[in-house]
Write a protein that binds this ligand. Sequence first.
Ligand SMILES: *Cc1c(COP(=O)(O)O)cnc(C)c1O
Length: 236
Amino acid sequence: MLISPQKLAVNVTEIRSRIDAAATAAGRDPAMVNLIAVSKSQPAESVRVAATLGVTDFGENYVQEALAKIADVGDPKLIWHFIGRIQTNKTREIAQHFAWVHSVDRIAVARRLSEQRPFHAAPLNLCLQVALVAEPNKGGLPPAALAETAARVADLPRVRLRGLMCVPPIEPNLEAQMGMFSRLAVLLAELNADGIALDTLSMGMSADFEAAIAAGATQVRIGTALFGERRDPLDR
Ligand SMILES: *Cc1c(COP(=O)(O)O)cnc(C)c1O
């Protein structure tokens, strides 16, 4: 559904103030929390309107849809984040058209992204997706595999490992949500203690971004609360 520019402006203002309030309440600098507007299943026109409101970062899950939209919007200042499941035969297009990939969960994909990143482009920023709870049909590395994978990805030449990402199961209340997100923060601290310098915790969506910010999120990925319901609300 196409959201009106007026309603999108209201939503952007409201989400920004909720981000600021959650950061301030946690004793954090709101400038350290970056908003990624998840524009999957939304038209290019909504991205253009969001960009006029100062939104710079957009998240997409499907390669074909994203490439068409990136070309249609045609704004080289925007920063595009790939956040969906990665098929091996799509890595070249991802490496060419995105600045960030949040959903890397195997070394073979990271290696391909590094090999296929164009030489004239800056290194591709990567996050490793962690499955805090093992769920079928959902991506993510088991926490036990993280240290070795991170060490190997950090050595690849054309990518830059920045941090960790998660899409935890929906939890009923703020405490349960925070418990989940705090586990990702602990895993990041362990990697940093091992000497792999990371600065990014990509966590928190429309339903739980305040808990994620309280637990240390540096990037929140928000779709529905900005753009309204997607055609398929289960599309995540
Ligand atoms: C769709 C999606 C989001 C945004 O979800 P909302 O609930 O609409 O905010 C964030 N992260 C990932 C990985 C997604 O697939």
